[in-house]
Design a protein around this ligand. Structure first.
Ligand code: KG4
Ligand code: ZN
Length: 351
């Protein structure tokens, strides 16, 4: 059994957890959403300063809630890439300092690998290979999970992430931040067939379209044009909540269908019979509905971890760190933070 204290500070959640392999002993998550919503999105410098203010308190609280002390901890893990560099540095520096002071091994974790491991927290018996559909505010990918540290990105967005598209559309409908949950709620009361919106497709040089890559910026622009057209026709139209609900429902339907189509095609083509979902957009009711239905008709299993493990949290980072540690994968204390890093390169973190 490997007990890890893990830290996640890649964006706007300060999180510290203690896990014993796949079992969560404590998971402290302090969201900064209230602060960033004032600006309509995450402000990187504000995020770093907030992490710095609360990290020590979160570490202490994680130990208290797990009822453990430093001698009980086998290693320290922290997200080191990808993410906001200033924000990552806070968690990474705290983790490396704790590793030195308490003489524990240090394990740097790729944020997306953490999202993949979130599924194991609820499904400890799940074994690779499987497909992970990762849909968050910063990422939209289809990842072939082969083993611990062994991944292949089969599809990804060429522009905006799915969550980013929800946030941008919510902003142009003047609905607030983060947009995903607000649009989801409004969509439930709207008509998803009210407006025909284009599905983003990536053309291939030899003709046809990429079967697994995503694009959301064209869809966002289509919603912008629709709003401009409706406002031109009637300045007051958007203030009628039924129109906003119809736009929200039509947009959500287009995103959910596009994600579902690619995830199912990818799993079927690669002979993978399980699709695990990660990231904040996994909460979306339209996506859940389409994916569950399509998976059932294709004889595929689809796993939605509980929302607290889909959105950013340190428990998933700890779960990945415990697996790496148990395989002898340890990071150098010289490891730095990186804003970008392909998930294929994860094993570079343990050289
Ligand atoms: O995984 P996450 O917490 O943070 C990132 O790593 O980005 O995802 C946050 C994203 C935001 O863009 C938010 O609007 C979106 O997830 N989101 C949703 C829903 N709940 C959160 N998008 C669609 N429907 C939802 N119910
Ligand atoms: Zn994330």
């Amino acid at each position: 059994m490997t007990r890890v204290l893990a830290i996640e500070t890649s964006c706007d959640e300060t999180s510290v957890a203690i896990v014993k392999n796949n079992q969560v002993l404590s998971n402290i998550v302090k969201s900064q959403i209230n602060i960033h919503s004032f600006y309509g999105g995450v402000v990187p410098e504000v995020a770093s300063r907030q992490h710095l203010e609360i990290i020590n308190q979160a570490i202490a609280q994680a130990l208290i809630e797990a009822d453990l002390d430093w001698p009980d901890i086998d290693g320290i893990g922290a997200t080191c890439a990808p993410g906001l560099v200033g924000a990552l540095l806070v968690g990474l520096t705290a983790a490396k300092t704790l590793a030195i002071v308490h003489e524990k091994p240090f394990v740097g974790i790729h944020h997306l690998e953490g999202h993949i491991y979130a599924t194991y927290l609820e499904q400890p018996d799940l074994k690779p290979p499987f497909l992970c559909l990762l849909v968050s505010g910063g990422h939209t990918s289809l990842i072939y999970v082969k083993d611990c540290g062994e991944y292949e990105t089969l599809g990804q967005t060429r522009d905006d992430a799915a969550g980013e598209a929800f946030d941008k559309v919510a902003r142009l409908l003047k609905l607030g931040y983060p947009g995903g949950p607000i649009i989801d709620k409004l969509a439930a009361e709207g008509n998803k067939l009210a407006f025909a919106l284009p599905e983003g497709k990536i053309s291939l040089p030899g003709g046809g379209y990429h079967p697994y890559d995503f694009s959301f910026s064209g869809l966002k622009t289509a919603v912008l044009r629709l709003v401009q057209k409706l406002e031109k026709e009637d300045n007051e139209l958007l203030s009628q909540s039924s129109v906003t609900k119809d736009i929200a429902a039509s947009f959500q339907e287009t995103v959910a269908k596009g994600l579902t189509k690619r995830a199912i095609a990818c799993a079927s083509d690669y002979g993978l019979n399980t699709i695990a979902i990660g990231g904040g957009v996994a909460a979306n009711s339209g996506l859940r509905w389409h994916l569950s239905r399509a998976a059932a008709s294709h004889n595929l299993q689809v796993l939605f971890p509980p929302l607290k493990f889909c959105t950013d949290n340190a428990a998933m980072i700890g779960c990945a760190a415990a697996d790496h540690l148990s395989r002898g994968h340890i990071s150098s204390l010289n490891l730095g933070a990186s804003s970008r890093m392909a998930i294929q390169d994860v094993m570079e973190l343990y050289k």
